[in-house]
Structure formats: C-alpha cells, structure tokens
Design a protein around this ligand. Structure first.
Ligand code: NAP
Length: 681
C-alpha cells in the first residue's frame, strides 16, 4: 500500500515506489511512502488562500469545530489503536498518543471561553498615552495569513499532529503536517477520517507522507514553522535562507536530557521513595523510552544510590517485553530497526564513562514475537559516580529505554547537575519537604521548561513527569530547542500577529468592538436590561438618577453585611487614617449602583454572572451625591448546552460611579447573562 498525501484538496500519491515502512514488531512492510513529484509551493499557496475561511470564523466557532472533531475521532479510536500496534506501541503507549492527542482537541476547544466572540483577540489592557484621555493605545491580535507547517518526530504520530493543529486551528490558521516518515502510516489513517468528516473548512489541513523535499524553501513571512525532532536536523532547518530572510517564526522542540531528582528526605520507607522508583521505571519503559520528556538522568543523594539502583533494577526485571498485542506485555518495540541501531550506538558511547547496572544490549526475550525481526531491546540502566567530570550522561541522548543514575552530595549539587543538561523540556523532584521543593525549583527553573514536584499528597492525581499538558507550556531552553508550544492561550497567540493600535478611545472601540473608557457613549433612555442580547449595542449608556449618601445608608449596610470595620462604624478611630469621616463600604457603593441601574421588571436579563474588575477610587462620605453610568462594553454569544437550553450570551458592562464633581468613586466590569430574542423553534 502506497501512502497518500493530501495536497490542495486531493488525495494523491507521489511518483515511484516509495520507501518501505515496516511493522516494528514483525518486520513486515506496512506501506511505502513517497512525495516525489509533489508541488509543495502550490500546497503552501493553496493553504494560504483557503485559510481565509478559518480566519473569518470566530474563536467560538473554531472551538466548536475542534470539539466536534474530537468527538468524531473518539468514536473511531479503536481503528487507530489497531494501526498503532504496528509502530511497536502498547495499549498504554497508544492511549497517550491517540486519546492524549484527542484530549488536546478538547482542551483547546474549551479555551474558546477565554477569547471573545470575534475572529481576532484584544490583548491585555489599554495604555493611556495622553493627559486628556483622547489618545490611547492597545494591542490587537489577528490570525496570520499563512500556514502552520509542522515537521514532527516519529514517536507520537497522532499526538504530535493534534497537539499542534488544535492550537493553530483555534488561532484561525491552516496547517500542513509532515509526520516523520517511519510512522506516518498512522497519521495518514487518522487524517483520512478527519478529511472525510467534513468538519474542517477546505484547506485547513494538508498532509505530507514522506520526505519534505523543498517544502521549507517556499515558506514566507506569514507562515509559522514548528519542528520536533533531533537538534541537528532542527538547527539545519532553522538556518535555511527562506526562514532567515523572511523572519519566519521557527519553534523548535529538540533532544532533551531530562532529569528527576530524589529529595534527601525521600529515604526508603517513605511514600516519596516508592513514588520516585515507580516514576523512573515508568519513564524508562513507557513508549520504550521514546519520549522527548523521558527521564534520562536519575539524580540521587549519594547515600541512597545503592537503594535506588536495587529498587529500579527489581522493577525493570519485571518488565515484560514483546508484541503490544500479546497478553501481559508491558513494553513494546522501538519504532524500527534503524531507531534501535541508533539507540544502541548512543548507549555504546555512554558506556565509555558509565557503568552498566541493568540490562543487556545484545539479548532480549520478546513475548509473542520473533525477537530477531522486531525492534525489541532490553531496558538499560547505567550509573556514573563522577557526574561533574564524566559528562557523557549530560550530553548524549539515547532515544530509547535508557537512563543513568547520578549521585549528588547536596541540593546545590543537584541543581548544578540538572543544569549540565544545558536546557531540558522537563524535570521533576520527588520530595515531601517544602523548602527543598522551593529551593530546587527557584534554583533550577531557568534551565527547564517544566518542573514537577511530586509527593504523596498529589501522587494519585499527578499526570506524571513525562506528560506535557495542553494548558501548560511545553518546550525548553537551550538544548531542548528554545521553543514553547501549547500552554493554553499562550500557544494560540504564537499563530497570531500582535499589532499595537493607537488612536482616540472612540476609534479603538470601533476597531476592537470592546468599549474603551473615554470613548463616545450613546446615551439611551430605555434601560438596556430591557433589550435582548442581539439588541444591546457596544457603547450604549444608561445614566441613572442620583442619590445623596446618608449615615443611615452606611450603618444599615454594616448591619446587613456584618462588616463593622471601624472606618464605617467608629468615627472616633479615624485619627491617622486616610479618611475624613465615616466612609461608605466599597461593596455598598457597588450594591447601591446596582440598585440604581438594575431594571426591576421581568426582562431578558437572566442573571448576574459576576464581576471581572472592581476598584474603589475615591472615598464616599455621607452628604456626597453619586450617580452611575452603565455602558455596554463587550458581548459574547454563548452556545446552547443541549437542545433544551435557551439561546443567550454574556454582556459585559462598565459601571462608573461618579460624584457631584463628576469624579469617579468606583469602577467595575459586571457581567450579565442575557437571553436572545431569536430562539430556535
Ligand atoms: P529527526 O530525524 O530530526 O526528524 C524529525 C523530523 O524532521 C521528521 O519529520 C523528519 O522527516 C524531518 N526532516 C528530516 N530532515 C529534513 C529535511 N531536510 N527537511 C525537512 N524535514 C526533515 O528526528 P527523529 O529521529 O524523527 O526523532 C527523534 C528525535 O526527536 C530525538 O532526538 C528526540 O529527542 C526528538 N524529539 C523531541 C521532542 C520534543 O518535543 N522536544 C519530541 C519528540 C522527539 P523524515 O522522517 O521524513 O526524515
């Protein structure tokens, strides 16, 4: 079977026979792959032009699209497991790849709630740029008009694709995915379904199975390239003239010599010691150690080295290796013979300095498979007693079930050793001592993209050392490539152009569709609470009646709320304070404001949803007269939870409470849930 490429809206085969891709368990040919004769320039141009469909969609629509796709793929997951076994992955390995990948789609779908109901994003707060308030600045972020080109590693053919495309699609940017050739048959199987689903707009996804050819020679200034793989390939691609000349953002995730540290308090007999051993063994064996985040360096207090070596060895001894579909198998095969050869070469280099304490490079017993045909290898545990001088373990990555124990004398040493990896994706410390956790994290963070602190308290629910999470940043400095992906909203913004905009508050309101303080207001006579969601307009303002504050207002509120703070109730205690007399509670000012702007009759407002920001800017004393301006600031349409739900949205209101001198006393953004006039029949 020759794998197909999905280019410019068509499934096409490359020219020639293609290179064979193997079942890593049986050694049989699964498929061939070739991209000969494909026009990559045209593919990129097609993506850019068709990308306008995604760019026009709002964040809410893009999020809904991701959710629909996630549900669609989840229904078909067993099909991908069947293919995944051929990559050597066990059920658990495949779960990380397949369901972990689909989980990324769900997580990014939910992120839509952190964005507005527009195709663009208004970033941060406005910047006041003038004394009179007629000139302000802000930042707007729009989807880039290019394509996201993803060059992926072989270890996670599904997750590697979905963790990236979920993010660029939410940002409104189409993708060209190039999985590593060796396992691309699994990516192809899923992309076939994605395209057939019709859930994505045309052009949102293209797939290349085989060599990337001259693809990167055609990238332009609006494109974004992400790379996951070896540092040497990454560096070569990053220095291509097309990338440099067009200033193309290039996000690199490369080799990483991650470490896990056993805290000095976590001696044998403590829950933390057992957790450490379990985590280390898991990271050596899951996915056959072919994880960019796997623990390569096991750092242990020098007096505990023997204990750790014995405990890890005992557990590794129980690791059954073989065909992923055979009963009882815990560790499958590497991705292929080439990959296994490379791992063994790297281990040979490491053994020049390290002592082998568990495993055998030449022997392995494979259950349910022919050990000579499949890419099976024994876990390898090494030890290096002089880690500051014999530094191979800090520099050589064997991308397989391989790790090295390194002793440390004190926490400063552990920090220094962790940094000798010259930049890692992740690191963990297993300790139940808060000071150790704090000192280590603050000392080591600059060299790590993520740090897990593991103890008995969080162990049951912890996602573990090796799992990058969609809402947390994945990437690391230095050797790890210097990149940063995922991280919730942070990742989405990588695919958008941030543009500073300057002008009058009225102009910035018109551009962003978010009311900016100082912009022209449209005073309305009818309480906007009487309007349905569609009818409320950004900038429309209700100016309420006024109220003169009395002592009784404040005392009554103190009694109702139970807040008898001295400044509200004891005028004899005000010496040396900021107050000149009995001062109104801030909460009373906001409550009173609500009493002045709320429409009491039954109206389309369903409920008060919360307060985003509130500031009390000037003390309010009895005798002062306050009024309220309620201005519609922003609107976000909500989706229906189910068929019985009503159509509704969130309206954000700017509440300004001012006094008799027109000075602001309190300011807040309140949120209401408002019914739509148009309801489904
Ligand atoms: P690799 O050889 O560097 O390949 C990575 C990707 O680059 C593959 O898709 C490969 O395609 C492509 N590629 C190679 N040469 C290219 C070229 N001239 N132009 C365009 N694309 C090109 O790495 P690998 O052996 O697949 O993966 C293992 C390595 O990846 C390990 O070192 C591991 O540490 C690292 N890794 C890092 C992370 C992370 O997040 N930091 C995650 C996983 C793996 P072909 O397959 O077609 O050659």
């Amino acid at each position: 079977m020759k794998l197909q490429n999905y280019i410019a809206g068509n499934w096409i085969e490359g020219d020639g026979d293609g290179s064979p891709l193997f079942n890593s368990v049986t050694g049989e040919v699964v498929a061939t792959a070739t991209t000969k004769g494909l026009d990559f320039k045209q593919a990129l141009e097609y993506g850019r032009s068709k990308g306008s469909a995604l760019r026009r969609m709002t964040f809410q629509e893009r999020g809904q699209m991701l959710k629909a796709l996630a549900m669609y793929l989840l229904e078909r997951k067993e099909k991908y497991y069947d293919v995944s076994y051929k990559t050597g992955a066990t059920r658990i390995d495949s779960w990380i790849d397949i369901e972990g990948g689909i989980g990324n789609l769900f997580a990014n779908a939910s992120l839509r709630r952190q964005f507005g109901d527009e195709p663009y994003y208004v970033d941060g707060d406005y910047a006041p740029l003038s004394k009179g308030g007629t000139f302000i600045g802000h930042h707007i972020m729009v989807p880039k008009e290019g394509v996201a080109v993803h060059i992926n590693a072989y270890n996670f053919p599904i997750w590697g694709m979905l963790e990236k495309v979920a993010v660029n699609w939410l940002a409104g940017v189409p993708a060209v995915v190039k999985p590593a050739t060796v396992t691309s048959f699994l990516t192809e199987a899923m992309v076939k379904d994605i395209i057939a689903s019709g859930i994505l707009p045309e052009g949102a996804l293209q797939l290349i199975c085989g060599s990337a050819g001259d693809l990167l020679d055609h990238v332009g200034s609006q494109d974004v390239v992400t790379f996951t793989g070896s540092a040497s390939t990454g560096r070569m691609l990053k220095s291509k003239p097309s990338i440099i000349e067009n200033a193309v953002p290039f996000n690199m995730e490369a080799d990483s010599l991650n470490s896990s540290i056993l805290g000095e308090d976590a001696v044998p007999g403590t829950p933390e010691f057992d957790l450490f051993i379990k985590e280390v063994v898991k990271e050596i064996t899951v996915k056959c150690g072919q994880k960019c985040t796997a623990i390569r360096r096991i750092m242990v207090p020098e007096n505990l080295v023997e204990d750790v070596q014995i405990a890890v060895g005992e557990r590794l001894q129980k690791t059954t290796i073989g065909s992923p579909t055979a009963e009882g198998v815990r560790m499958g095969a590497l991705a292929g013979q080439d990959q296994m050869r490379e791992v063994k070469e790297q281990v040979d280099k490491l053994l020049k300095e390290n002592q082998l304490v568990f495993g055998n490079l030449d022997q392995v017993e494979a259950i349910g498979a022919d050990g000579s045909k499949g890419a099976f290898m024994s876990p390898i545990l090494m030890r290096n007693d002089d880690p500051f001088n014999a530094t191979a373990a800090h520099n050589i990555e064997a991308f397989g079930p391989v790790s090295t124990i390194l002793p440390y004398r004190n926490l400063d040493d552990a920090i220094a050793l962790s940094k000798l990896g010259l930049g890692s994706l992740c690191c963990s410390i297993v300790t139940n001592d808060a000071k150790t956790a704090r000192d280590f994290t603050l000392g080591a963070a600059s060299y790590h993209g993520r740090i897990l602190v593991l103890n008995g308290e969080c162990a049951k629910e912890s996602t573990g050392h090796g799992s990058p999470m969609p809402l947390l940043v994945h990437g690391g400095p230095g050797r790890a490539g210097g990149g940063e992906e995922m991280g919730g909203k942070r990742g989405v913004l990588h695919y958008m152009q941030r543009t500073a905009i300057q002008g009058s508050p009225t102009m910035i309101t018109a551009i962003t569709n978010v009311y900016q303080q100082g912009a022209k207001q449209k005073e309305v006579l009818l309480n906007p609470f009487m309007k349905h969601f569609e009818e409320v307009e950004i900038g429309e303002t209700l100016v309420t009646h006024k109220h003169t504050v009395t002592d009784a207002d404040i005392i009554n509120f103190a009694n109702v709320s139970g807040d008898h703070f001295y400044a509200h109730t004891d005028v004899t205690s005000l010496d040396g304070t900021l107050f000149e007399g009995r001062v109104a509670h801030g909460y009373w000012i906001l409550s009173k404001a609500a009493g002045m702007f709320v429409e009491n009759r039954k109206c389309p407002v369903l409920l008060n949803y919360g307060i985003d920001e509130a500031r009390f800017t000037k003390p309010v004393y009895p005798g002062m007269t306050i009024g309220v301006r309620l201005t519609c600031k922003e609107k976000i349409q909500q989706e229906k939870r189910d068929a019985d739900d009503i159509r509704k949205g969130i309206v954000k209101w700017l509440v300004e409470v001012y006094d008799q001198d027109n000075e602001t006393c309190a300011i807040a953004t309140i949120l209401t849930m408002v019914k739509n006039r148009e309801q489904d029949a």
